[in-house]
Design a protein around this ligand. Structure first.
Ligand SMILES: Nc1ncnc2c1ncn2[C@@H]1O[C@H](COP(=O)(O)OP(=O)(O)OP(=O)(O)O)[C@@H](O)[C@H]1O
Length: 269
């Protein structure tokens, strides 16, 4: 589903991604760990065509994601949904309308401009809201929801797009542990039940272990770990968060350490 070969990204002399090789099969829930500045967001942005790699190959959902032509990028983005840390929902719109915006790339331009959605689109959006247990909020304004509920609307909107891939960039960064686990549960259900490939950037090691089918660790733009959560031991964490020559961001290192020590508390929520 996703293939990267020697993928590199430089900003001037700053190498942000240094030759990443990766194959992600359909339906896998892949977690990307790494300290602040490791290149996690840049990797996701390359995957949806927001950032042009400097060199290397990147194929995703059958598209060449390094092809900058507008039509190619549009087609790629139909298959690749994004979920952001700050959920990016439109507060004044209803929950249902926000979810329906996931259909905009799939409907003719005239109906997207007029925001005319078919009965099938509305039924699909309601089904997506049911998947995140928010169908009872469909007609409420989105700004009446909590942060966690808004992130669930963000997931419903991504599902309404019927993508092959969901890219989630720190989707639980500003949520409490219980809500975070709920949001990750819905994302994992999307991969298990709908076969959607999910690539999810996280700062919390425990969530990565609990939810990821597979974890990769980035450090200084290099892939330094690739395996299941059970194989991710302290040695690997040291390599990811404090590899030689890399000065870890204090906050992200603290998050990794704190998350590890929070394990029993989180299990109980
Ligand atoms: N448009 C840009 N121009 C110049 N440098 C950039 C640009 N975007 C990202 N960078 C740099 O690339 C590096 C990696 O950034 P990126 O956002 O991918 O890291 P990250 O691992 O996602 O960090 P965080 O966990 O803090 O979000 C950083 O040093 C950042 O400053």
């Amino acid at each position: 589903m996703i293939q990267l070969r020697a993928l590199a990204k430089h900003y001037g002399s700053h190498a942000v991604l240094r030759g990443i090789d990766l194959d992600v099969p359909a339906g896998q829930f892949l977690v990307v760990l790494g300290p602040s500045g490791a290149g996690k967001s840049t990797l996701l942005r390359c995957m949806n065509g927001l950032v042009q790699p400097s060199s290397g190959e990147l194929r995703i959902a059958g598209f060449d994601a390094t092809d900058p032509r507008a039509r190619q990028v549009r087609q790629l983005r139909r298959q690749v949904a994004m979920i952001f840390q700050h959920h990016n929902v439109v507060p004044r719109l209803s929950v249902l309308k926000n979810t329906l915006t996931g259909r905009l790339g799939q409907v003719p331009t005239w109906s997207s401009v007029l925001q005319l959605f078919s009965r099938q689109d509305v039924a699909l959006a309601m089904d997506c809201l049911r998947r995140v247990e928010l169908e009872h909020k469909a007609h409420q304004r989105t700004d009446a929801l909590s942060g966690g509920q808004r992130q669930r609307v963000g997931i419903a909107r991504a599902l309404a797009q019927q993508p092959q891939v969901i890219l989630a960039d720190e989707p639980v960064a500003s949520l409490d542990p219980k809500t975070s686990r709920l949001v990750l549960h819905y994302l994992r259900a999307a991969s298990r039940e709908l076969g959607i490939t999910v690539v999810c950037n996280l700062h919390q090691v425990d969530y990565a272990r609990e939810f990821g089918d597979r974890i990769i660790g980035l450090s200084g733009g290099e892939l330094v770990f690739d395996g299941p959560g059970t194989a991710l031991d302290q040695h690997h964490l040291d390599r990811i968060y404090a590899s030689p020559g890399h000065v870890p961001h204090p906050a992200s290192h603290a998050t990794a350490t704190a998350a590890t020590s929070l394990a029993p508390a989180i299990q109980g929520t």
